[in-house]
Design a protein around this ligand. Structure first.
Ligand code: ACO
Length: 322
């Protein structure tokens, strides 16, 4: 059997850090409120002119280097983002050209905060079926561009960044299973209410902003993530104790703690970046994964659970032997 194994990881955060204290100057909020309700202390925000693909390019180069391959070995690019550089072409195609790759399939996936898990699951299918041998999977966002910086209920939550992995065909280990779901009935609890084909004037006026009914999203997120953990364990005939690491989407510390509790996991087994990165949407899981791989926490052979929940609603998980 052919698995899709993570051969290398990479990530990139813009240099510019915005602390909770900085936000106290902009909106009626406090460092204490943000820490208590979300666990966030700071976030990285892209500088004007820095685009999603700019961040992704750095993350991709690092992942390619870690995998010990040439960019031209890559035969598939899947790019998860909600904040693309252009309406078209896709970020995947723009990145493909920057990396000097030609001809391989390259496309974007839009599943908001679940985007990376969706992209990973898709790439895994290409590898398992033998269609691809080396896939570059990216999650990258400049979410700061779709935030209303005078809306305290959203602007304190998000940040910018990029993460990437190279997946390669391997006979021994890799992704064990992926589980993807969506329920479009929840569209209006978490959305940007305008786009190219709907109220484009608002987009042109620079008012394409995230709107979220945070506490309603919170409840669904906690329940849903609990269910996907069960679904993933059952599909693999595994016990909670078989999982070495949880790498969750980083939206809110309280949601992460609830999921860790559900798995009877100590917080030492949970990779946490939300305090330093905020919610970077599709970038959050690959950013966290790269951090824990590079600092030596996640080791070859260990079992890692990735899980995410986001706008759509969308949610999903991937269980892998690293
Ligand atoms: N500073 C101070 N007070 C604030 C702030 C702020 N930044 N934001 C809201 N408040 C106030 C509210 O106005 C409200 O005041 P009121 O009681 O006088 O009406 C009070 O704080 C409580 O507000 P809630 O929204 O009920 O606060 P809650 O504890 O639910 O925390 C939060 C809000 C952090 C947004 C939480 O609900 C959350 O994390 N939700 C889930 C987010 C998520 O997971 N999203 C999915 C992924 S994101 C994506 O896909 C794009």
């Amino acid at each position: 059997m052919t698995f899709a194994r993570i051969a290398g990881t990479g990530s990139y955060l813009p240099d510019n850090i915005v602390t909770n204290r900085d936000l106290e100057e902009r909106v009626d909020t406090s460092d204490q409120w943000i820490r208590d309700r979300t666990g966030i202390e700071q976030r990285h925000i892209a500088l004007p002119g820095q685009s999603t693909v700019d961040l992704a390019e750095q993350a991709a180069l690092r992942a390619i280097e870690a995998a010990g391959i040439d960019a031209t070995d890559i035969d598939l690019i899947i790019f998860a983002t909600t904040t693309p550089d252009k309406v078209f072409p896709s970020c995947a195609c723009i990145l493909q050209a920057r990396l000097g790759i030609q001809g391989c399939p390259a496309f974007d996936i839009q599943a908001v905060c679940s985007g990376f898990v969706y992209a990973l699951a898709t790439a895994e299918k290409f590898i398992r079926t033998g269609t691809s041998k080396k896939a570059l999977v990216i999650g990258a966002e400049v979410f700061s561009r779709i935030l209303n910086w005078s809306d305290r209920t959203t602007c304190v939550l998000f940040g910018d960044g990029a993460g990437a992995v190279v997946l390669e065909a391997n006979e021994e280990a890799g992704i064990l299973s992926t589980h993807l779901h969506a329920d479009g009935r929840y569209e209006k609890l978490l959305h940007v209410p305008c786009g190219v084909a709907n109220d484009f004037d608002a987009v042109k006026a620079g008012q394409a902003f995230v709107e979220m009914k945070g506490n309603e999203v919170f409840k669904v997120a906690v329940n849903t993530l609990g269910q996907i953990v069960d679904e993933t364990l059952e599909a693999n005939q595994m016990q909670k104790s078989d999982i070495d690491w949880l790498v969750p989407h980083q939206a809110n510390l309280r949601i992460i703690i609830a999921t860790a509790r559900k798995l009877n996991m100590s917080m030492d087994q949970v990779v946490m970046t939300v305090n330093r990165h905020g919610n970077t949407s599709a970038a959050s899981i690959p950013l966290a994964l790269d951090e824990a791989v590079r600092d030596g926490r996640i080791k070859r052979g260990e079992v890692v659970l990735l899980e995410a929940f986001g706008g759509g609603f969308t949610w999903g998980s991937a269980l892998l032997r690293y």
